[in-house]
Design a protein. Structure first.
Length: 721
């Protein structure tokens, strides 16, 4: 940084020395020349010039140190405002502010970083125009300048997509929602960056820097040219290199952690801009301005501007009422696309070229009925709730009324294949035991896992009317609020199959629901049977229960997470389902019964004989003691690799040396390789160290429950149960 300070001080001393010499020359000239020529000297004149410009920022820091020159991935728009006043005929003093954004993105096999930062600067510079060595009267004036500036920055980074999924960068170049080395990586789906920089770098404190100041000083060094149009106007084109006194603009420094570590040195940014400048001082002395008189004059410049036609439609900009007309489209005298029938849909995208005057039309210029128009208008203003039950989905509708006024209609509606449910709560809500019993007593009660939230819902309806009727019924029972929503099971982009774990919920506000729907009068006095398969202090991954049909997950007021399966009307059905679950390893599964939204003992629920080992105590505070996981089904294995194609020869040799390697093929096309099958974590840790010593540096431990991959922590939790 010292060398930059020395450079700027040297430049200022050079310019100041020349200024003093010039002033001495002026003194000599004043003693030998008449007073009539005093105005032709170099005395200070207050003649401020206002400049407004725009340009592009390019950032050079630790993230993009491999970029050279300007790059589309690192350039952003910026703006500058500048006040300049001449000190002499070769030296100007400028005060300015620059504001805009910089960004940087880096993708590599070892590091994936990005940043976006707001930049605001303010500074002062001295500018030299080479008037000592160039002709006095010239149209193009080169200049150099330097000075000092203060700037602020607000840096953010893009770590999550719009659905809240964290970006995990895989070795195959894709971005997934689960880490590549995670035990459940086979469930990962490909996601894509939304380029919304939502995470504040300083606040996230990834490197432990704390609340560092987001402001600093910088030295600007610039070069450019002024193009004089006349005595009042000039164009300015320049590039400035800003050397910051901080290395934290991009949030990456030499002190950053692991792969985030940057190089020694401060951050820099370049601003290349084009501006137009106007002389604010009206000059009356012709001798003061004759050196700025240029050809062409004002009339010639205006004549040139009058010939500009940016969209190439044959109508110059000054007369063109429709900018950016598509290439090749016929236009009228005002430069607008032809509209033969006057329906406000241009001919080039009008499917009905001769619509009768006064007809309502859609975006393709095709006539629609007045009734249809009124329906769509209702959707636009959203006052009748018609949008949510209207059969067709309209993205945008252009309507021309009989008064000739044009309106654009739009509606955001559920997809036709959507299913409707009624949300009655979620696990984040403090749900009492009586409320949970009431919910579990509904035959149509189930849970939906969307993102990190488990919703308590009832129903699974094909039509909105059925859902509204059920909602009204629940509201009458005092369950508030109840929200009708739409669930859409998404398609896994890797497997092409419906993924039940990627359910989305679209809330439909009450003001969009039709009123006066009849109630279904679902009976609530029947006995309902479910099979409880677990109760834990902590929520387990859904992977643990992926072989359980109709899984229902509830979190009670006591903080215990309970897992149920199925919903049955008879004891026999529930008993058969319990036996099937026990065969899958859920040895402690037992039947629970509900009537009138309350849990009841099995002996009062139609069971003629209740085994003494059957857990028929309805005291749910004992749930944690009732479940004993079959620990013989819990193992630890060593993950030693995953490959889409053949295993590399070097890795294969390591596998042969280690021994006991078993492949596992999944539906994504990736084969994963595991070593060993251990009953305790200590043996697994020793096996992992042996694999690392063999050369498999990335080996790690995973859990295995009944043939299902789970995390190590989940396996330990199950063993400790």
């Amino acid at each position: 940084m010292k060398k930059y300070l020395q450079l700027i001080l040297t430049l200022i001393i050079f310019l100041s020395t020349n200024l003093m010499l010039a002033q001495n020359n002026d003194t000599i000239q004043k003693n030998t020349q008449s007073l009539s020529k005093k105005s032709e000297g170099l005395e200070f004149i207050l003649r401020p010039t206002l400049g407004l410009g725009t340009g592009v920022f390019s950032f050079y820091g630790d993230i993009t140190n491999n970029y050279k020159g300007f790059h589309h991935g690192v350039s952003r728009i910026g703006y500058d405002i500048r006040i300049t006043n001449p000190l002499t005929d070769y030296l100007d003093l400028s005060f300015y502010t620059i504001f805009g954004t910089v960004s940087a993105n880096e993708r590599s096999a070892t590091r994936n970083l990005n940043m976006w930062s707001q930049i605001r600067t303010g500074g002062v510079v001295l500018s030299y125009n080479f008037n000592h060595i160039l002709p006095k009267k010239r149209k193009v004036e080169p200049y150099i300048y330097s000075g000092i500036e203060s700037f602020e920055f607000l840096t953010k980074t893009d770590l999550y997509d719009k659905y809240g999924n964290f970006y995990y960068y895989w070795s195959d170049g894709s971005i997934r929602n689960i880490a590549e080395e995670a035990p459940n990586a086979y469930q990962a789906v490909e996601i894509f960056r939304d380029y919304v920089y939502e995470t504040d770098v300083r606040e996230s404190n990834l490197d432990g820097f704390g609340k560092y100041p987001e402001r600093s000083w910088a030295i600007p060094v610039g070069i450019g040219i002024n193009m004089h149009l006349n005595q009042r106007w000039k164009f300015r084109l320049g590039t400035s290199y800003h050397i910051a006194f901080t290395d934290r603009v991009d949030g990456i420094t030499k002190e950053s952690i692991n792969a985030r570590q940057g190089k020694k040195g401060t951050d820099k940014f370049v601003f290349t801009s084009f501006s137009i400048n106007y002389d604010l001082q009206r000059l009356n002395n012709k001798k003061q301005i004759n050196e700025f008189e240029l050809e062409p004059d004002d009339n010639q410049i205006l004549a040139f501007i009058d010939t500009l036609d940016w969209d190439g439609d044959g109508v110059v900009n000054i007369k063109d009422s429709c900018a950016k007309t598509p290439s090749g489209v016929a236009v009228d005298a005002k430069g607008c696309p032809l509209d033969t029938d006057g329906d406000f849909v241009p001919d080039y995208r009008d499917d009905e070229l001769y619509t009768p005057k006064g007809n309502y039309v859609d975006t393709r210029g095709v006539t629609i009925s007045e009734e249809e128009y009124l329906k769509r208008l209702a959707c636009l203003h959203d006052t009748t709730g018609m949008c949510v039950i209207y059969e067709s989905v309209y993205n945008e509708i252009s309507v021309v009324g009989k008064d000739g006024n044009k309106q654009i209609l739009s509606a955001n509606l559920p997809k036709k294949d959507s299913r409707y449910v009624v949300i009655i709560g979620n696990e984040a809500k403090n749900v009492t035991a009586s409320e949970l019993h009431k919910y579990l007593g509904y035959k149509d009660f189930r849970t939906i896992e969307s993102g990190d939230t488990i919703y308590y819902v009832v129903g699974n309806y094909k039509t909105l009317e059925e859902a509204i009727a059920r909602k009204n019924e629940l509201t009458k029972e005092g369950i508030k609020p109840t929200i009708v929503a739409v669930t859409n099971t998404q398609t896994n982009p890797v497997t092409g199959k419906k993924d039940p774990n990627s359910t989305q919920i679209q809330i439909i506000p009450d003001n969009k629901l039709p009123d006066n729907q009849e109630q279904t009068n679902t009976p609530n006095d029947i006995i309902l049977y479910r099979v409880q398969i677990g109760a834990f202090n902590k929520k387990l991954s859904s992977t643990v229960f992926r072989d359980v049909p109709d899984l229902v997950i509830t979190t009670g007021q006591d903080g215990i997470v309970r897992y149920y399966s199925g919903s049955f009307n008879t004891p026999a059905e529930a008993a058969r389902h319990k036996i099937n679950l026990q065969a899958k390893g859920y040895q402690d599964a037992f039947v629970v019964a509900y009537k009138d939204s309350k849990r009841i003992p099995l002996e009062k629920a139609g069971f003629e004989y209740v085994d003494k080992n059957e857990k028929d105590d309805i005291d749910e505070s004992k749930d944690l003691d009732r479940f004993k996981i079959d620990k013989s089904q819990i193992h630890f294995r060593i993950m030693v690799g995953a490959f889409k194609n053949d295993v590399p020869a070097t890795i294969l040799n390591m596998y042969l040396k280690l021994g006991d390697i078993k492949p596992a093929y999944d539906e994504t096309g990736i084969t994963k390789y595991y070593h060993g099958n251990f009953n305790n974590y200590i043996d697994a840790e020793q096996a992992k160290q042996k694999a690392i010593q063999t050369g498999l540096k990335d080996a790690y431990i995973i859990g295995d429950f009944n043939g299902k991959i789970i995390s190590v922590q989940e396996a330990l939790n199950l063993l400790n149960r």
